[in-house]
Ligand binder design. Structure first.
Ligand SMILES: NC(=O)C1=CN([C@@H]2O[C@H](COP(=O)(O)OP(=O)(O)OC[C@H]3O[C@@H](n4cnc5c(N)ncnc54)[C@H](O)[C@@H]3O)[C@@H](O)[C@H]2O)C=CC1
Ligand SMILES: O=C(O)CCC(=O)C(=O)O
Length: 523
């Protein structure tokens, strides 16, 4: 008998596969009301239950946590991974509902429907107070064109809106297919009449619309957040509402839920819902049945698809693959940070001993590393292939014989909209990972920590200048490697540093004529 705890309100119809299984005992109670937490094999949550490390420590028999929804920011995925607990979600069950809710919020916002509703119900008939704006012909800025953003784009086009999108990972092909204009963030900010955010909450997106960026928007802009509290900074919003720069705001999500920032909610031109994006019968049935079926499969020893953290390989095979899996993931992070532009194709070639292993899993590890820099924490080797395809990135793998001269070698080429990036790496048992070729330059370094990548002309004094700039900024160099194709020609320098390299340091480096570019990469 398996014990399953459902600790948030999840559709009972959707839970039917679990409720109807006589080998499964389902308890529907809040975590705080359960005193035998240690007996449960599975935990099903929405966003109210916080799956903390402390809770995981108490649930000693727990094998799987299922999130009936998309965002897993209420689950400590790292701690779950540490305790060997699989975390799954239902990534697309609530996409349509959230897109429709956002659209409803947008229409309500520009036509003052919530305010007019309150006014009529209180006995007033004040038609002139609620003069609205048409959506037709307006420019809608969408930040984050994933599942939800794409559905909003389709609806906006049907309303005759001009759709401007900022998503650093949006390819030309996908933008063309959806009929949207792919823009830089500043272009969206400057041109959009209405801006809606649909990214996950990550360290890059927290405060994405903060004091500086909201300041770049048109006076009279409308802003919406139906993704995650914190992507639009609440204090900055208050400021721009107070000075009349922002005309109206629609919020479904808040930095703290329920919201504590009453000042924001007190503005007449702010409309709000209590995190209702996914609250439809359909979405709740979808996400509940998706996770119920996955949990049932998992408890019966079958592989699951929407796993956030753990791979589904046997330990024996995983142990052999692990060094290459770790290396491939780092290569993915390296390529993603180097490219910082839309990518069309990723080609991976395996040589030597690595080619005898389950390379499709290693390719997925590369994709997980690559997409993890761009999408959110829900990317892993289980879902990376699907996610890459969804984002218009094709990938291929080949097995080659010899060539590199190393006992094993992973060679990757990434083709972007404007350029190509290539890297070769090897794993030497008892020694470690080495990058042995970067963009066609022979090099040899251990990929870890803060990496400074400098493209320069091979001339005397360049290395000294770089060293001095780092010294002047208090950055200690741990290792340094140079590579060139011919004397006096193009060259690269790869330094690993003991401290974060900031934008000022990069600006100081690119002042020199012989330094073509400088980038930081965190591995
Ligand atoms: N209000 C609600 O009830 C719901 C809210 N959500 C939230 O909506 C978010 C988006 O959901 P999906 O569309 O399913 O996710 P998704 O993963 O399909 O799309 C996210 C998109 O954001 C883009 N992105 C990542 N970092 C970015 C950045 N710095 N700047 C611009 N774009 C960036 C990614 O490239 C991707 O295309 C979820 O992470 C979740 O937090 C999801 C469902 C319901
Ligand atoms: O469970 C809910 O209603 C919240 C949905 C959500 O925010 C998500 O799926 O990320």
């Amino acid at each position: 008998m398996f014990h399953v705890l459902v600790s948030d309100s999840i559709s009972s119809d959707g839970l039917a596969p679990l409720l109807n299984d006589e080998n499964i005992n389902v308890v529907q109670k809040k975590v705080s009301e359960v005193d035998d937490l240690e007996k449960y094999d599975a935990l099903l949550v929405r966003s109210a239950t916080k799956v903390t490390e402390e809770l995981l420590q108490k649930m000693t028999n727990l094998k799987i946590v299922a999130r009936a929804g998309v965002g897993v920011d209420n689950i400590d995925v790292e701690a779950a991974t540490k305790y060997g607990v699989v975390v799954i979600n239902a990534p697309d069950g609530n996409t349509i509902s959230t897109a429709e809710h956002t659209f409803a919020m947008m229409a309500s916002l520009v036509r003052h429907i919530p305010q007019a509703n309150v006014s009529v119900k209180s006995g007033e008939w004040n038609r002139s107070a609620f003069l609205g704006t048409e959506l037709y012909g307006k420019s809608l800025g969408i930040i984050g064109l994933g599942r939800i953003g794409s559905e909003i784009a389709k609806r906006a086009k049907a309303f005759g809106m001009n759709v401007l999108v900022f998503d650093p990972f949006l390819t030309k092909d996908r933008a063309q297919k959806l009929g949207v204009n792919s823009c830089k963030l500043d272009e969206v900010l400057a041109q959009a009449d209405i801006i809606t955010v649909h990214t996950p909450l990550t360290k890059e997106t927290r405060g994405l619309l903060g004091k500086e960026n909201i300041g770049k928007t048109k006076k009279g802009v409308y802003l919406l957040n139906c993704a995650r509290g914190g992507i639009i900074d609440e204090e900055a919003l208050i400021h721009y509402l107070e000075i009349g720069h922002v005309k109206g705001v629609a919020l479904d999500v808040f930095e703290v839920e329920p919201p504590v920032n009453r000042k924001l909610l007190d503005f007449e031109q702010v409309i709000a819902t209590p995190h209702l994006g996914a609250s439809t019968k359909e979405a709740q049935l979808n996400v509940a049945s998706q996770v119920a079926e996955e949990v049932l499969k998992f408890l019966n020893g079958k592989p699951v698809t929407n796993s956030i953290n753990l791979p589904t390989l046997t330990k024996d095979i995983f142990d052999k693959i692990q060094p290459f899996y770790k290396l491939a993931k780092k290569l993915g992070q390296l390529a993603s940070q180097y490219m910082k532009e839309p990518v069309q194709h990723i080609g991976i070639v395996y040589e030597g001993t690595v080619a005898e292993l389950e390379t499709s899993f290693i390719t997925k590890a590369f994709l997980a590393g690559f997409l993890g820099e761009r999408v959110d924490s829900t990317v892993n080797e289980v879902n990376a292939g699907l996610m890459a395809k969804e984002r218009g990135i094709s990938f291929s793998e080949k097995i080659a014989s010899n060539g590199s001269g190393y006992a094993n070698c992973i060679a990757v080429q990434v083709d972007g909209d404007h350029r190509t990036f290539s890297v070769k790496a090897t794993y030497i048992p008892n020694y470690g990972e080495r990058i042995v070729d970067l963009n066609g330059f022979d090099i040899d370094f251990y990929p870890a920590g803060e990496v400074l990548y400098v493209e320069h002309i091979d001339k005397p004094g360049v290395i000294g200048r770089v060293g001095k700039v780092l010294g002047d900024h208090g950055v200690n160099i741990a290792t340094m490697q140079v590579g060139r194709k011919n004397i006096g020609g193009e060259a690269i320098m790869v330094l690993t540093c003991d401290k974060l390299i900031d934008d000022q340091l990069i600006e100081a480096l690119v002042q020199f004529d012989d330094i073509v570019s400088a980038k930081t990469i965190h591995l």
